[in-house]
Design a binder for this molecule. Structure first.
Ligand code: GCW
Length: 685
């Protein structure tokens, strides 16, 4: 056991009340943290460990209310991610944080500050031990080199490639601090639709600078790479993964990267998916493609994260393809490859069952990809607190090895959980103040998937706005109700992908565009994925396959995922048509309560964020009616049935709604003004 000399010497003594307090206005740029009086400045030549120690010192000095904090490093051998673990013990007089290294100690410090800011009582002596569930707790940025962000709704990229390597934006360090405070330790800087220039030497020199800023905060940098890089960057005539020249090219490119960035994390790869090149172009498998990169990375300790988001075949329905493809490759990937699957088999929809890969693959480490950016959940205009959606998947039992085989356990084996970032260069990072909660919740769940969504929401609210229970309780309830409400007003009962455009901005309702896929007609709606239809239910283990196969036992939220249901089917004592309409109605009614709840919170929130949130909640309430009217009127045009009693009369005209459109732009969320204008024009006059 060794004492952390430097910090021990400075055992911080801070008078209670020395921490920063909020001023009247708040632009949201500090996220859930309090601003450090100045960015931690250290001499160029300072070692990473020393720099981390200085960060620890600065955080403690500025914010802790405990009289004395001592850091002890216990350097005994630890297993992989246990390196990040820490223990906090003591009481209000003296706290000891014990960790394996400076980064573990830093996590301990942030945890201590979190306890302090969320009302933990330090009066009695206590001990808390924390170990992260996964080694890689990762953000995937879908940021392009030209500064745009695919599915990014908070401005442009925070990575300023044009200014690098000479100019280092102060936001890099603020970003690192925010991530470290919630345990995120890996970041992929660029879009999976990867620009080949990413691997060019001058870009790598810029990546090196970013990596240098993130390193003292315990964050390793990864890159998305384009599979054809050996051709497009290396000038070879092929990118065939079995070609000796290609093998040599990956090796030398990887060696070059590690010379610049010795702790480089590895590659994320989208191959043979949505127009990206891949090993299948050369008659090779996904395993061949991943292994050539894995072999190059292995001597340096790097990993390949290979995405399972593939659906190029025409003869099999999209949601079944990944399992067919990867089942055949069990045992074929080298041991530093993780296959990363999205939470569900389609594409980050408001409600999907867990991805069948998580229950059917034995011999491939499987990582999780969640989407923090709200591509399909109202983008930066709606409040959608995503933790309950992620928890639903993590807690799902796949029954792979008998009851209790949860998805979370599967992820822990691969030790990798990623979220597609919702961060841009907007002053408050995420545009919608409540979208910050999703960044926060993702980090907390990646650290500990067993945390409760509601507890995370409250933690975030207390640190971000106010700890008054009169604020925290109702607002946490509102957050917790948001995903169920969105599911109801957008796609209730397992409806999926009825957005206004397939390849465009995915904004607003467009059920009329998907007739060939889900085929609503005068009799019913939904795809038949039971054993009498496409058979997708068979991709789940018993007893789920049987449960999903029958409407009576299928969870209501997946009814229209697996079943084609007749409008006249009796459910809950009413017809399915009546019930479906009641779900849309319920969603719209819940959304209508949000602005009213928020108005009661005015005195707890600074003016700037109060108004920003209010405007967006009002828009969300309005859009909920847009979704409800569009869907009910459209389905009614298929079945000719009357709008049931108890459903609020539509205020929008279906034909006008069909003409609502926003630029097909994957980089921006339509502005509230443009949405309001479009809806004004669609009102029944
Ligand atoms: O969710 C869809 C998006 C694409 C995205 C793709 C993917 C990065 O609409 O914009 O591309 O999935 O995950 O690869």
């Amino acid at each position: 056991m060794k004492l952390f000399g430097k910090l021990f010497k400075m055992s911080v003594c801070v008078a209670i009340g020395a921490s920063a307090t909020y001023a009247g206005a708040d632009d949201g740029s500090n996220l859930w943290l309090k601003p450090l009086p100045s960015v931690v400045k250290t001499a160029e030549q300072t070692s990473t460990a020393a720099k981390t120690a200085e960060i620890i010192q600065a955080e403690l000095k500025n914010f802790t209310k405990v009289r004395q904090v001592q850091i002890v490093l216990d350097t005994a051998e630890a297993k992989a991610h246990e390196n990040d673990s820490f223990t906090i013990s003591g009481n209000s007089q003296k706290i000891t944080i014990t960790a394996k290294n400076e980064i573990g100690a830093l996590y301990g410090v942030y945890h201590l500050l979190r306890l302090q800011d969320t009302g933990f009582s330090f009066a009695d002596t206590f001990t808390i031990k924390e170990t992260p569930a996964c080694k890689y707790r990762m953000l995937n940025h879908w940021d392009n080199m030209n500064g745009t962000i695919e599915r990014g709704y908070a401005g442009n990229s925070i990575w300023k490639w044009n200014e690098l390597p000479g100019t280092i934006s102060p936001r890099y360090e603020q970003y690192a601090r925010a991530n470290a405070s919630i345990g995120i330790n890996s970041v992929v800087l660029n879009n999976v639709n990867a620009d080949r220039r990413m691997l060019a030497t001058d870009t790598l020199n810029k990546v090196k600078v970013i990596a240098g800023v993130l390193r003292p905060y315990g964050i390793r940098v990864f890159l998305s790479v384009n599979f054809s890089s050996p051709r497009t960057v290396g000038g070879l005539r092929t990118a065939d993964p079995l070609d000796p020249q290609v093998i040599a090219w990956w090796k030398s490119k990887v060696d070059e990267i590690y010379k610049l960035i010795p702790d480089f994390g590895g590659f994320l790869v989208k191959a043979n998916s949505e127009g990206q090149s891949g090993p299948c172009d050369y008659g090779r498998t996904h395993a061949d493609g991943a292994n050539v990169m894995a072999d190059a990375l292995k001597p340096h300790g790097g990993v390949v994260i290979w995405r399972a988001f593939v659906y190029a075949r025409k003869e099999v329905e999209r949601i079944q393809q990944a399992l067919l493809e990867f089942k055949a490759l069990e045992g074929k990937f080298h041991d530093n490859v993780v296959v990363q699957a999205k939470n569900g088999p389609l594409d980050f929809q408001p409600c999907e069952p867990f991805h069948p890969l998580f229950g059917k693959i034995d011999n491939i480490p499987l990582g999780m990809e969640f989407q923090i950016t709200q591509e399909y959940l109202g983008q930066s205009n709606h409040m959608a607190y995503l933790a309950p959606l992620w928890k639903e998947v993590l807690d799902s039992d796949t029954y792979q090895y008998g009851p209790g085989s949860t998805v979370a356990k599967r992820i822990k084996q691969a030790s990798m959980i990623a979220g597609v970032a919702n961060i841009g260069d907007d002053v408050n990072w995420c545009r919608h103040p409540f979208a910050q909660a999703n960044w926060y919740a993702f980090g907390r769940l990646a650290w500990n998937p067993d945390l409760k969504s509601e507890d995370i929401a409250k933690e975030w609210l207390k640190q971000t706005f106010s700890s008054d229970p009169k604020f925290v309780d109702p607002v946490a309830d509102m957050m917790m109700s948001s995903v169920p409400a969105i599911r109801n007003y957008m796609m209730p009962l397992g409806l999926q992908h009825i957005f206004a455009s397939t390849l465009g901005n995915h904004y607003g309702p467009g059920p009329w565009l998907y007739q060939s896929v889900y085929n609503a007609d005068k009799n019913g709606v939904g795809p038949d994925r039971t054993t009498s239809g496409t058979g997708a239910v068979k991709q789940y283990n018993a007893p789920l396959d049987e449960q999903f196969n029958k409407l009576d036992t299928c969870p209501e939220r997946y009814w229209l995922w697996f079943h084609r249901i007749a409008w006249t089917e009796k459910v809950h004592g009413v017809t399915f048509w009546e019930y479906l309409c009641s779900r849309f109605e319920e969603g719209a009614r819940t959304a209508a309560t949000y602005p009213e709840i928020w108005k009661k919170m005015q005195k707890y929130v600074d003016k700037e964020r109060y108004e920003l949130v209010l405007g967006r909640l009002q828009l969300q309430a309005r859009e909920a009616v847009w979704w409800k009217d569009a869907c009910i009127l459209f389905y009614q045009s298929c079945n000719g049935l009357p709008i049931p009693n108890g459903i609020t009369k539509p205020i929008y005209d279906l034909n006008k709604l069909k003409r609502v459109s926003f630029p097909n732009n994957v980089h921006f969320c339509p502005s509230p003004d443009s949405v309001n204008r479009a809806l004004d024009n669609a009102l029944i006059k």
